[in-house]
Write a new protein. Structure first.
Length: 278
């Protein structure tokens, strides 16, 4: 059985061709961590992506926001939506840009990928608030964890065989045979290139085996993805990597009731974001 030899250069070239919005999230995250930053800094950053500005203006004028008058400028839209809510919305727009495609090797329609990314991100955000961790870093980690899958699909040899999610199928083994690297490792490499914090990259790289990582975000990511699976929005082949609930709760510092409240709040936020982005 021939195993593909992995090279990082083609992977990063593919990632560079992706829409700019995910990369803007890295800079937006830095602004949110800067106590001296204000809405003007956010607006300046948003203006670097005209497609993103147009999308935010559509959201600001949608029924989901309920603006009394027409919003014509990004400055008005950002003020209406809110400094911190912009981060959540930009993330939703970023992942929505990938939902128009299908990913046949993974057996994932774009709409399913979007639902998974948003649910994992929003549950991560709520769990982070519960456990006194950075909710914006948690949201970003959950949202972008599957970016590597999207890049690897584009790099695949035409003869590559799709993953078969049969009982006992090993997704990571299939990825390494097919691409020479796992999707989680690919995501970490891409996000590192895009200048995301090391903690986010490491958490994604190791969240299938969080006990080996020493990165608290990896524990939260494993639990959030498991909860998303239970909601019916999982991705093929991933279920085998989720911790048992009791172990996950202990490692994350939550109990079953706290976790359920986080999931319930995330479900409400999911509906709100879905209405915003259409």
């Amino acid at each position: 059985m021939n195993v593909v030899q992995y090279s990082i250069e083609p992977l990063l070239r593919v990632a560079q061709a992706f829409p700019a919005t995910p990369r803007i999230m890295a800079d937006l995250g830095r602004l949110l961590r800067d106590p001296g930053a204000d809405l003007k800094d956010v607006v300046k950053l948003l203006k670097s992506d005209s497609a993103l500005v147009a999308r935010i203006l559509r959201v600001a004028n949608s029924a989901a926001i309920g603006a009394v008058e027409h919003v014509a400028a990004i400055e008005e839209a950002a003020a209406l939506i809110g400094f911190r809510e912009i981060h959540r919305l930009v993330g939703a727009v970023a992942i929505d840009q990938f939902s128009l495609a299908t990913y046949p090797l993974y057996g994932v329609p774009g709409a399913r990928l979007r639902a998974n990314a948003l649910f994992v991100a929003l549950i991560m955000e709520e769990l982070a608030l519960t456990t006194r961790r950075d909710p914006h870093a948690a949201y970003t980690t959950g949202l972008l964890r599957s970016v590597g899958k999207l890049a690897l699909e584009k790099l695949a040899d035409p003869s590559a065989r799709p993953f078969q999610p049969t009982p006992g199928a090993d997704l990571v083994a299939w990825e390494k045979h097919t691409f020479g690297i796992s999707a989680n490792e690919a995501t970490a490499a891409i996000l590192h290139q895009w200048r995301f914090p090391a903690g986010i990259c490491q958490a994604i790289a190791r969240h299938f085996w969080p006990t080996d990582s020493g990165e608290p975000l990896a524990d939260l990511l494993n639990l959030a993805a498991s909860c998303t699976e239970q909601l019916g929005h999982g991705l093929p082949g991933e279920q085998r990597y989720w911790m048992e609930s009791a172990a996950a709760f202990q490692r994350c510092g939550v109990d079953a009731e706290q976790c359920q409240r986080a999931v319930d709040r995330a479900a409400l936020a999911f509906e709100q974001l879905s209405r915003m982005i259409g």
